[in-house]
Design a protein around this ligand. Structure first.
Ligand SMILES: [Zn+2]
Length: 242
C-alpha cells in the first residue's frame, strides 16, 4: 500500500494527516477517542477515494492511521469542513465501510443541495450521496462526555457558503479547512465564494487564541502554522490580501 500521507500528532488525541501525494486531495484530521460508544473517532475531511495520478488517498489515509493505532472502522463521525470533492468525496466510501454519521454545516448542505451539488456533480467527482445526519450550527459541538477536547464550530463563509473551521479551544488548535493556509487564504472565485465574507471570516478567526493552524492544504509556506507568534504573523500576512 502506497502511503501518501504524513502523520503528525499535534497534541494528545489530535492527529494531522498531511497529504503528500501528487494529485489534488485535502489533508485530514482525526480526533481520537472523543465519541462515546463503539466507534469513538471523528474524521475531519476524509479527502478523495481516487483522482488523477492513479492515487487512492483514502487507502493511504487508512494505512497511515492504522500505524497510529487508529482503525478507520472505528470512525463514528465524518465532518466535512466544506463539500468540495477534494475534501469530501471519500465520505460515501467511509460511510459504506464504517456506518459513520456525516456532518456538514447547515448552510453548506443547502449549498450542496443547490448550486454546489450541480457544479461539483458535473465535475466528475461526486457530491456525496450520503445525507448528512448532523447539520452543524455555529457554537459548541458536543462530541461526547469523555475526553475534554472542547470543540467549537465556526461558520466561516468566503471559500464556500458554509465552510467551517473547528476551534479546539483547550488545545488552541484551529482546523481551518480552505479558509486560511500558511501565508495564504482559500480561493474565492469558485461557485459560492465571496470576498466580502472571506474578509469577515478572516477578521473573526484572527481574534482567536490559536497555537496551531491545521489547514486543508499545504502552501509554499509550509504544511501548517505552529507557535503563537507564527500564528499572529500569519494572520497579519493574510489580512493584507484585503
Ligand atoms: Zn475547497
Amino acid at each position: 500500500m502506497m502511503q501518501l500521507h504524513r502523520s503528525l500528532q499535534v497534541v494528545d488525541g489530535v492527529y494531522f494527516y498531511l497529504w503528500a501525494g501528487q494529485g489534488i486531495n485535502s489533508n485530514s484530521v482525526v480526533l481520537a477517542n472523543v465519541l462515546d460508544g463503539q466507534k469513538p473517532h471523528v474524521l475531519i475531511d476524509p479527502g478523495m477515494t481516487g483522482g488523477a495520478m492513479g492515487e487512492n488517498p483514502l487507502e493511504s489515509l487508512t494505512s497511515v492511521m492504522a500505524e497510529d493505532g487508529l482503525r478507520i472502522d472505528d470512525v463514528g463521525l465524518v465532518i466535512g469542513t466544506h463539500c468540495h470533492p477534494d475534501h469530501f468525496q471519500a465520505v460515501d466510501e467511509v460511510v459504506r465501510q464504517t456506518g459513520a454519521k456525516v456532518a456538514l454545516s447547515a448552510p453548506e448542505y443547502e449549498f450542496l443541495k443547490g448550486p454546489g451539488g450541480a457544479f461539483y456533480g458535473g465535475f466528475g467527482t461526486v457530491a456525496p450521496a450520503s445525507q448528512p445526519s448532523m447539520l452543524l450550527e455555529e457554537g459548541e459541538l458536543s462530541l461526547g462526555s469523555s475526553n475534554g477536547l472542547r470543540t467549537e464550530v465556526l461558520i466561516c463563509p468566503g471559500h464556500s457558503p458554509g465552510s467551517i473551521c473547528l476551534y479546539l479551544s483547550d488545545a488552541k488548535i484551529l482546523v481551518s479547512g480552505d479558509v486560511v493556509f500558511p501565508g495564504s487564504i482559500g480561493r474565492m472565485d469558485f461557485v459560492g465564494g465571496s470576498m466580502r465574507q472571506m474578509k469577515e471570516s478572516i477578521e473573526r478567526l484572527s481574534a482567536l487564541d490559536v497555537e496551531h493552524i491545521l489547514p486543508g492544504h499545504s502552501s509554499v509556506n509550509g504544511p501548517l502554522v505552529s507557535g503563537r507568534e507564527n500564528v499572529i504573523r500569519n494572520f497579519q500576512m493574510v489580512r493584507m490580501f484585503f
